[in-house]
Write a new protein. Structure first.
Length: 191
């Protein structure tokens, strides 16, 4: 069984902000796989079903980003899952909007949601699907930037980015993180 956690903040205010990329991907993945996100348990909205033929739990923590680890810890303990069974989908300032990258383990990179997950699991060795959101301009701090809504042009690009992220999650589940990294972390530059 896999636990696929999308990071974000609950409520309409945050729905289309950069920090909610994880929620956007989880909603799209649930739709693709026919998983109803109807349950509310363990401080998360969740649904059970299959992703790429593997039993999976999809969850969107409802504790706000900085406390995401509470839900991650409760879910992992209840379902007796180790970090090798977890995929965390989150926004990342280190990549431009549109980049989808996969990583196994590592630090939190200054991401409070990841920091909370690592703290509550006691182990950073889960798979991450990192969704680039770009860097803020010099006159905007990161905390404010991640809570901004996407611009009109960015909104036009979102469906394709979300589709690619869903493909990345399916690839991790079906073929493993290494093969998924080989496919998604290699970008072809156009001349």
């Amino acid at each position: 069984m896999k636990l696929i956690l999308g990071l974000g903040n609950p409520g309409r205010t945050y729905a289309l902000t950069r920090h909610n990329m994880g929620f956007l991907v989880l909603d799209a993945l649930a739709g693709r796989e026919g998983i109803a996100m109807a349950g509310s348990k363990f401080d998360a909205h969740m649904g059970k079903g299959t992703v790429a033929g593997t039993s999976a739990i999809l969850a969107k923590p409802q504790t706000f980003m900085n406390l995401t680890g509470i839900a991650a810890g409760k879910l992992a303990r209840f379902f007796k899952l180790g970090t090798e069974d977890m995929i965390i989908v989150h926004d990342d300032l280190d990549f431009p909007l549109g980049d989808v990258r996969i990583k196994v383990g590592g630090g939190d990179g200054g991401h409070n949601g990841l920091r909370s997950v690592i703290d509550h699991l006691g182990n950073p060795d889960f798979v991450r699907v990192r969704l680039g959101i770009g860097k803020p301009s010099s006159h905007c701090d990161a905390e404010h930037y991640v809570l901004q809504r996407f611009s009109g042009t960015e909104m036009e690009a979102l469906p394709e980015i979300i589709d690619e992220a869903c493909d990345a999650v399916r690839e991790i589940v079906s073929r493993g993180p290494q093969r998924a990294m080989n496919r998604f972390n290699t970008k072809v530059t156009k001349n």
